[in-house]
Design a protein around this ligand. Structure first.
Ligand code: SF4
Length: 507
């Protein structure tokens, strides 16, 4: 049995369907839970009567709403919205990349005209990142199409790559879009960020509404700067307690997805709050929100706080205004976690909700370990891997591939001392442990990619990976087996050649 003690499953939902319902319930009772770790589900079952409602914490919005509802309301110029409302939402940022950009551009030109201009040249961010370091001509051509379009449209933020033989010769090149968006200051509290990639939800870590859209929708946004969207109801995940030193945010999200399943949050907002969430740094919050889509979530979101504001210092000059869920806001369900009781987890093949304790899989022999992607290829992820190698003082027993998400992460690996190492950098520790040299930053083998992609699963291997999906074929070979894990668990597994609980090396 898995982790039954750490999470309370919800009872029936309490989502109110109409204003009539709200008024009726408000006049009778209103339930709110104040126990931090009750064994029952805690839900706000009704919004209060209109006359009793407190002003919202920000802006012109004066009715109790969740933070996602507030962002929808502000960007659609409404004073109040309920889940299920369909509204035209003004888009603050649209992101696209080399896989979906060409298709989105084609739709934009077909529908708005060959000579049409995008709605705002400073709100479109174009990031080649997926199929970059390859000789595949069609993949290379996709980047050329992006470049031509950006020149034609005078796009301000195009993170180009021309010299594929040496990524460092491309000062504009960043790497994986979701990490680059954050590092370049494009993720801001209270805004709407859409992207042609399902893991656009990563940016919810900044207290903004961020979600993935298809090429057709993106083509429309390119011309109109807005999109018709349905307001999602919100699931609230309250995580309290001190995070044990052998757990990371990846464990928290694997626990969550394992609990509610890959369809458990379909078209719902996943709001993460609680003392544990407040203690997480921005990169860990990004890991959490990144995998909201693996539960079907429309978005993941974390309230902005001093950690957020500090991260944004010096990254953006664009003014932003955070929003927060009102105390009286209605949530579809509320889940409570005591993280101090959790143990390191993996998601076994072939689904992110196929949760198991890492220690339950100790007999699973593995062929390789992959550290990378928007989920697990950030600086903090590599620091976590280095921490395990440092504590163990051993060499890896299986090939261990390291793919930094961005050029900045790559630089960090070679320049930031790992705490407690006497001044060694990640790259030194990785070399001593016998890992492959850190590769050029990109999505790499996270989604397989062309045959010549570095670290792609070209054979039916068993891989422990810090990525976010383990569907058949995801990393290249349809018979490959992927165990999703935290950087701690992945590093521990590299040292033993089996799926390994990191407590074997960390206490
Ligand atoms: S790293 Fe993987 S999950 Fe993230 S954007 Fe790239 S392909 Fe998608």
């Amino acid at each position: 049995m898995i982790m039954a003690s750490s999470l309370i499953a919800p009872t029936s939902t309490s989502f109110l369907q109409s204003k009539k319902d709200i008024g009726l319930f408000a006049s009778s009772s209103r339930h709110r839970c104040h126990k931090p770790a009750s064994r029952r589900i805690c839900c706000s079952i009704a919004a209060p009567h209109q006359a009793q409602r407190q002003p919202s914490t920000t802006g012109s919005v004066k009715t109790a709403m969740t933070m996602t509802e507030k962002i929808f309301a502000r960007n659609s110029e409404k004073s109040y919205l309920s889940p299920g409302d369909n509204v035209w939402v003004n888009v603050d940022i649209l992101m696209t990349h080399d896989v979906c950009g060409p298709g989105s551009i084609g739709i934009f030109k077909r529908e708005f005209g060959e000579n049409a201009k995008v709605w705002d040249r400073e709100k479109l961010i174009i990031i080649p990142d997926h199929y970059i370091f390859t000789n595949d001509e069609r993949a290379n051509r996709n980047v050329d199409i992006l470049r031509d379009f950006c020149h034609e449209q005078n796009i301000k933020y195009f993170y180009d790559i021309k010299d594929l033989s040496n990524f460092k010769a491309n000062p504009d090149y960043k790497g994986v879009c979701h990490v680059a968006l954050a590092q370049e200051g494009h993720c801001r509290p209270g805004e709407v960020l859409l992207g042609t990639d399902s893991h656009t939800c990563t940016a919810g870590a900044f207290g903004q509404f961020a979600t993935g859209i298809g090429n057709t929708d993106a083509g429309f946004v390119l011309g109109a700067g807005k999109l018709l969207l349905k307001v999602p109801p919100t699931l609230r995940f309250v995580m309290d307690g001190e995070l044990p030193p052998y757990l990371l945010a990846k464990d928290l999200i694997l626990q969550t997805i394992g609990e509610i399943s890959v369809a458990g949050a379909t078209y719902k907002s996943m709001e993460f709050v609680g003392s544990t969430i407040e203690s997480l740094n921005m990169e860990e919050r990004m890991t959490l929100c990144n995998m909201a889509v693996e539960a079907g979530g429309k978005n993941g979101i974390v309230p902005a706080d001093s950690t957020t504001f500090k991260y944004l210092e010096g990254k953006t000059s664009v003014p932003y205004e955070p929003v927060y869920s009102d105390p009286q806001a209605s949530f579809l369900s509320e889940y409570r976690f005591d993280v101090s009781k959790m143990e390191p987890l993996v998601a076994k093949p072939h689904s992110p909700d196929n949760r198991a304790l890492a220690r339950e899989c100790k007999d699973v022999k593995i062929d390789r370990v992959y550290i990378g992607s928007c989920t697990g290829g950030k600086t903090e992820d590599f620091m976590a891997v280095a921490k395990v190698f440092l504590a163990a003082g051993k060499k890896v027993k299986v090939p261990t591939f390291l793919v930094p998400a961005t050029q900045k992460v790559w630089v960090d690996l070679y320049s930031i001392p790992v705490p407690g190492s006497g001044g060694k950098t990640c790259s030194q520790i990785f070399e001593e442990a016998g890992c492959d040299t850190p590769a050029s930053p990109s999505c790499g083998a996270c989604l397989g990619g062309p045959k010549d992609t570095y670290a792609r699963l070209n054979e039916p291997k068993v891989c422990v990976s810090t990525t976010n999906r383990n569907f058949p074929g995801r990393m290249g070979h349809k018979e490959g087996e992927i165990y999703l894990a935290s950087p701690y668990t992945a590093a521990a597994s590299a040292l033993t050649g089996f799926v390994t609980d990191p407590r074997e090396f960390l206490q």
